[in-house]
Every structure is written in structure tokens, then in C-alpha cells.
Design a protein around this ligand. Structure first.
Ligand SMILES: [Zn+2]
Length: 335
């Protein structure tokens, strides 16, 4: 998102012509949706893409949230992960290993469906970006386009930086995931002067063979725009970008995270995009276009809205946010 709050915009400025495409898409899809929407998921997806970036004036603003989430995502199986770990571990191969020889019980991780799995967490932006405009403005190739290496991110009106928020939530998330036996890799930890570039953020997830990748953000749009949304990769192909293999699993991951985020935080889905579902599909984010692993962005709230900012600046709320994201990831990975 932009540092200034002038025109309400998505995370990064859309490419020239994006608005035109959006309107063209919306009108075409209005027809398509009327035909398809009542029955199929495909219809729902089309509706989602068509309405994702527009203002959602037709939707009631930010109604009591977690319930709305469930009705808005037909395929979601909102699994609070509070449940099935006992059955999962009980079902995995008890006949081999140390227990057969009377040795010590295997470690919990050894029989968990989460064992051996890797999650890459990408804390959005970097506080150092504010002092490295030249470096972060260099153009990089995201396959389908060229765009800036990285962006500063936004701040609350009181000056709390998105990059500090994303790193704090990411660290809380890491603690929770490691507590479940998952291996966690960060794209950076403010241990570098700026960046990394979006291309490198994607590469880190790919080279880690991550089972899930989550990029943590908060949005920077106008006062009154509130709530969370999860950004899913569109199907794109061009240059190094080919998301065909990750579109499906990334949607599943995103739906899990959205449902659990709503439950854990009590926040509603964004009232300014996503048609009240808390899910948005985008084709312009390098971090998604270049990913070969299931990946989503989580926009936890709007830093430029005073009510959302009060949540985002609360350590207790950030813990809830991390818990919701963690539960979504763990559910996605079968834990
Ligand atoms: Zn951001």
C-alpha cells in the first residue's frame, strides 16, 4: 500500500489500464454471473473476481463478521483447528519405530501431519525502505510486468509503521507455528537495510519448498474502510510467472485463514472490496505471480481508519491476529 493516503487504492498501484479492464470485466461478468452464480463454485469465483476491486456500495458495511464469513465462502470448511489433532496422531502408523521396541514414545512431531512441513512467512515491507527510495524503486521483473522492487508500506495516522506491524505479527505467528512442530522460514527480519525485493520474497518461498507461504500486511486506505481481506493469486502466465498450479491450493489456504482470522479476532471482512467475503483475487502482485508454492497475502485491517488502527496497535489484538492466521495454516496443512 501507499504511504500517502490520497486515492484509496489497493496494496500496490494497479497497472495503467487496470481500471478499464476492471470495468470491462465487471460488465462482462455481470452477465456471466447471472447465468452461473446460483449453482457452481466457478460462478462464485467469477463473481468474486468481478467485484473484488470495486467499491462494495451494495453490501452492508461491516456487519457482525464471523457469521458473514461462513456464508460468503461456499467451499470453505471453516475448521477451527481447535479440533482434530488427537485423531490425526492416533491414526498414524503406530506399528513402526521406537514404540515397537519398547523404547521411548516418539516425539509428538514424529507422527503429526505437520511433521517435516515448512511455512514461509513474509513480513510485508521493511522500515528501512523509507530511507532507501532509490533501491526499492528499482524495477524488477514479475513475469507479467515490471514494477517496483518493494514499497514502504503505510502507517497509522499516529505514525505506527505497517512494517513494524507486519514483523510483530509474523514473529507471533512463528512462535505459534513452531509450537505445532512446523519449520518456519522468514523472508527477512528487519536484519537488512531495505527490501527484500518482491522477486526475492517469492524466491525464498519457492526455494524453501514451502508447504504454505503467507505474506503479512495491513492496508492503507481511507477512514471508514475497515476489516481484513486475504489476497489470492489469479491464474497468470508470462515470463517467470505461472500460477496455474497454485491457484487452487492457495484459495483453500486463503479461505482457511480468512475464516479463522474472523473467528480469532472478531473482525469483519473488508467493507471496501471483496464483496463482503474477505477474499480478493489479484493478478498484479509479484509476490504471488512468481510463487510456485501455495501463497496468500493477509491484509489484517486498515491502518488509516481510526477504529482499525486502535486494533492494529494493540499487542493483544495482534496476538489474536497471529492465532487466526496460524490456525488457518495449520488447518490447511492437515493439523
Ligand atoms: Zn503492505
Amino acid at each position: 500500500m501507499r504511504y500517502d493516503d490520497s486515492p484509496p487504492q489497493p496494496e500496490t498501484a494497479p497497472a495503467p489500464g487496470a481500471d478499464r479492464r476492471r470495468f470491462a470485466r465487471r460488465s462482462a461478468l455481470a452477465v456471466a454471473a447471472a447465468v452461473i452464480a446460483p449453482t457452481t463454485l466457478a460462478g462464485w469465483v467469477l463473481v468474486q473476481v468481478g467485484t473484488g476491486a470495486g467499491a462494495d456500495d451494495a453490501r452492508p458495511p461491516r456487519i457482525a463478521a464471523p457469521a458473514a464469513m461462513g456464508t460468503g465462502t461456499p467451499t470453505a470448511t471453516p475448521t477451527s483447528t481447535a479440533s482434530p489433532t488427537a485423531t490425526a496422531s492416533a491414526s498414524s502408523s503406530p506399528s513402526t519405530g521406537p514404540s515397537a521396541s519398547g523404547g521411548p514414545a516418539p516425539s509428538p512431531g514424529a507422527t503429526s501431519p505437520l511433521a517435516g512441513k515448512t511455512v514461509v512467512i513474509d513480513p510485508g515491507h521493511n522500515t528501512g525502505n523509507f530511507d532507501h527510495s532509490r533501491e526499492i524503486n528499482q524495477q524488477v521483473d514479475i513475469g507479467t510486468a515490471r514494477k517496483e522492487c518493494d514499497t514502504t508500506g503505510t502507517t497509522t495516522r499516529a505514525g505506527y509503521k505497517e512494517a513494524d506491524f507486519t514483523l510483530d505479527v509474523s514473529r507471533r505467528l512463528r512462535t505459534l507455528l513452531e509450537g505445532r512442530g512446523l519449520k518456519v522460514v522468514f523472508t527477512h527480519e528487519a536484519d537488512r537495510a531495505w527490501g527484500p525485493c518482491i522477486t526475492e520474497r517469492a524466491r525464498i518461498g519457492n526455494e524453501a519448498n514451502a508447504d504454505a507461504v503467507v505474506s503479512v500486511h495491513a492496508d492503507g486506505v481511507s477512514e471508514g474502510s475497515r476489516g481484513y481481506h486475504v489476497i489470492l493469486p489469479a491464474k497468470v502466465k508470462g515470463g517467470a510467472a505461472d500460477t496455474a498450479a497454485i491457484v487452487g491450493p492457495s484459495r483453500t489456504l486463503g479461505e482457511r485463514i480468512a475464516a479463522n482470522f474472523a473467528r480469532a479476532t472478531g473482525s469483519g471482512p473488508a467493507n471496501y472490496l471483496g464483496g463482503g467475503t474477505g477474499l480478493v483475487v489479484r493478478d498484479d502482485l509479484g509476490g504471488l505471480n512468481l510463487s510456485t508454492r501455495p501463497k496468500v497475502f493477509v491484509e489484517c485491517g486498515n491502518m488509516r481508519d481510526s477504529k482499525d488502527a486502535a486494533l492494529l496497535t494493540s499487542p493483544q489484538w495482534r496476538q489474536k491476529a497471529a492465532q487466526g492466521i496460524a490456525d488457518g495454516i495449520v488447518g490447511f496443512l492437515g493439523g
